[in-house]
Design a protein around this ligand. Structure first.
Ligand SMILES: NC(=O)c1ccc[n+]([C@@H]2O[C@H](COP(=O)([O-])OP(=O)(O)OC[C@H]3O[C@@H](n4cnc5c(N)ncnc54)[C@H](O)[C@@H]3O)[C@@H](O)[C@H]2O)c1
Ligand SMILES: [Zn+2]
Length: 356
């Protein structure tokens, strides 16, 4: 079996590998952990993923123990973090005990935050099991939790020692989660790899075993961007393509919209706005819509009025003082940031995308 290995430059002097391939949980991860100067391991997972992969992994890593938390974004909280700290202490964890984050992005962010803070920091190994976590959340060192006031309001930058994306785990991932991950891969192609975007037309959505090449390319896009802008002062903003509209839909719907679905509509919105402003060719819109439909992703929204979506957008934490801050496209693979987009143009696009 072929295993891909990419490298990420993190904080000054730090580099870590990202492995992508089948069967990593059976061998490569175990060898890596055994080769580290650490003792045991705290495997952090949730009620869904632990029975699938956590117990087996725990049995294979000498001296390891498993901490299982409830599944869901609503548990990505300080209360859960506190419960994890307590479990670590009960099991006698110390500064040489690595944390292995086994799950989707919620587990990666939360266990990563634990690793960044427990005893002022212990080694972290990211084992993303959702498609979204493989291509997005596990790469780039951002970890954190939500507050009642908003998502991801508390966090840190924590470079993992390594990332293991075992594509075998995607077989149990629910279809809707798979499509949400695909939305972020479409985004990655549009942001930094037009050939990845073309490739998406060839893969068969139901066969995750054929996903390795697109995962690798999407990871490479994210690596290239975070390496240029680790602490998010500049080009990292490109990764927000489709997310301004997307977040607005998520908030307007009180999070009834799945993130990936909202991002899909957001990508269409960004392309339409770009074409309307004369930044890019209108044919790109059709290309994006076609690929999203292939992946059973939405291209339109229902219900909410454009004004309400606009209001939600104005409160985006990435818009300084309510000034629009859009990532748009000059072409596939050519993102541009514009802060002078007229409100009327945005409202016109929102109206186009609204289904009665
Ligand atoms: N740190 C970052 O840079 C970054 C980037 C993007 C997103 N995120 C965060 O990631 C989170 C979203 O991640 P997500 O989409 O993976 O959500 P998630 O972690 O909630 O996972 C989605 C669902 O799939 C289940 N699941 C995961 N792997 C599975 C598998 N192999 N088989 C069966 N079920 C499986 C999970 O238990 C969950 O029910 C959000 O909290 C978001 O803020 C962080
Ligand atoms: Zn996203």
């Amino acid at each position: 079996v072929e295993i891909k290995r990419l490298t990420v430059k993190g904080a000054v002097g730090i580099e870590y590998p990202v492995f992508i391939g089948r069967g990593l949980l059976e061998e490569t991860l175990l060898e890596f952990v055994a080769g580290q100067d650490t003792t045991g391991a705290a495997i952090i997972s949730n009620e869904t993923v632990a029975p699938l992969y956590g117990h087996a992994l725990q049995a294979r890593i000498p001296g390891s123990f498993l901490v299982v938390v409830a599944d869901g974004e609503q548990h990505k909280t300080l209360a859960t973090v506190q419960a994890i700290y307590e479990a670590l202490l009960e099991h006698g964890a110390n500064r040489a005990t690595p944390v292995i984050a086994l799950g989707g992005g919620v587990i990666g962010d939360m266990a990563g935050f634990v690793a960044a803070t427990f005893m002022r920091g212990v080694p972290l190994v990211q084992v993303p099991t959702s498609l979204l976590a493989m291509v997005d959340a596990s790469i780039g060192s951002k970890v954190g939790i939500d507050l009642p006031q908003g998502k991801n309001l508390v966090g840190a930058f924590k470079d993992p020692a390594a990332v293991f994306a075992d594509t075998d785990t995607l077989r149990t991932l629910p279809e809707i989660e798979r499509s949400c991950g695909l939305a972020e891969i479409v985004k990655a192609g549009l942001v930094g790899d037009p050939l990845l975007f073309e490739e998406l037309g060839n893969i068969s959505p139901g066969n995750t075993q054929g996903y390795e090449a697109i995962i690798e390319r999407a990871v490479a896009v994210k690596i290239a961007i975070v390496e240029q802008d680790r602490l998010e002062g500049g080009v990292r903003a490109y990764l927000n393509l489709g997310h301004t509209f997307g977040h607005a839909l998520e908030t307007a719907s009180n999070y009834e919209w799945k993130h990936g679905h909202a991002v899909a509509v957001g990508l269409v919105a960004a392309a339409r706005l770009s074409a309307r402003l004369g930044l890019c060719d209108g044919v790109v819109i059709g290309e994006i819509e076609r690929v999203l439909k292939r992946f059973s992703l939405p291209c339109r929204y229902k219900g909410y009025f454009p004004d309400a979506v606009w209001e939600a957008m104005r409160h985006d934490k990435k818009w300084r003082h309510g000034v629009p801050h859009f990532v748009l496209l000059a072409d596939k693979g050519k993102p541009v940031i514009r802060n002078d987009v007229p409100r009327e143009e945005t409202l016109a696009v929102l109206a186009e995308l609204r289904e009665a």
